[in-house]
Design a binder for this molecule. Structure first.
Ligand code: PT1
Length: 259
């Protein structure tokens, strides 16, 4: 899963069409490099990020989803918690709803059910603005697992079939470095939930903290984690560096399919 962030205005000075064309060529490059999903997001959810209005989020995301759907042969994932964005992007060709809030926002679950699309449910506590305020767990893996089970139960009760649900431990969301490392080490415990796991650690601060490196020097750390996640049975890797990650995945697949 290649990450496509449609964020405010750093590169949109050339106007809406320039932004759309840039996003489309980035998506195209990731597909060429081997991505089979593109995750389009119009709201940053990294720690401390500011909230975006539903209208602004939709204006960022909808034209990109529409363009990718028209131009590329790839599954479009939409990284959103917003009911209107869920409904409208599904109409425009999205194939997966990726919600870091696990469809807990008012109206989001109903919107997702109405689309009939698969969903990714992720573990988080609080909101991106406050989630890193001294998070505490008595039983990290047990609590993450119970949260995901409860969200999955709610979704199934609302009408999303269990076989359309993907689960995500939520690395970097309401977790200290020690929490992130421990939850990564014990990722296999989440297979007991019976659904495919999505792992998103690309360029995150857990890598920066271990290696003492800024965000533009975290590639090798990210590739180490991508390889480990594969071996631990993760099925979808959400990454910025698609070509490099695909090499890791293919190499592991080659060894695992040997006699
Ligand atoms: C994720 C994810 C996501 N991460 C899913 N969607 C982000 N399903 C956005 C840091 O500590 O893991 N899974 N959508 C990005 N969020 C973060 C969080 C980015 C923490 C950076 C950090 O650096």
């Amino acid at each position: 899963m290649g990450i496509l962030n449609i964020t405010p205005d750093s590169f949109s000075d050339g106007g809406r069409f320039a932004r759309r064309d840039l996003a489309l060529s980035h998506a195209e490059a990731m597909v060429h490099a081997g991505a089979t999903l593109i995750d389009v997001g119009g709201e940053s959810t990294r720690p401390g990020a500011r909230a975006v209005s539903p209208v602004e989020e939709l204006e960022r995301v909808a034209p990109i989803v529409e363009a990718i759907s028209r131009e590329l042969d790839v599954v479009i994932s939409v990284d959103t918690s917003t009911p209107a964005v869920i409904r409208e992007t599904a109409r425009l060709g999205a194939g997966l709803i990726n919600d870091v809030r696990s469809l807990r926002r008012d109206g989001a679950l109903d919107a997702a059910v109405a689309t009939g699309l698969p969903v990714c449910l992720m573990h988080m506590r609080g909101e991106p603005t406050d989630m890193q305020n001294d998070p505490h767990y008595d039983d990290l893996v047990g609590e993450v697992s119970a949260f995901l089970q409860a969200r999955m139960d709610q979704c199934v009760a609302a009408g999303i079939p269990a076989d359309k649900i993907i689960l995500d431990p939520g690395y970097g969301f309401a977790k200290t470095l020690e929490h992130n490392l421990s939850l990564f080490k014990h990722m296999e415990a989440l297979h007991a939930l019976g659904r495919p796991l999505l792992v998103g650690v690309s360029r995150k601060s857990m890598i920066g903290k271990v290696l003492g490196k800024p965000v533009d020097q975290r590639l090798y750390g990210a590739l180490a984690l991508a390889g480990m996640a594969m071996i631990k049975g993760a099925r979808i890797l959400r990454v910025h560096d698609v070509a490099e990650t695909v090499d890791v995945v293919r190499m592991i697949a080659a060894v695992e399919s040997a006699k």
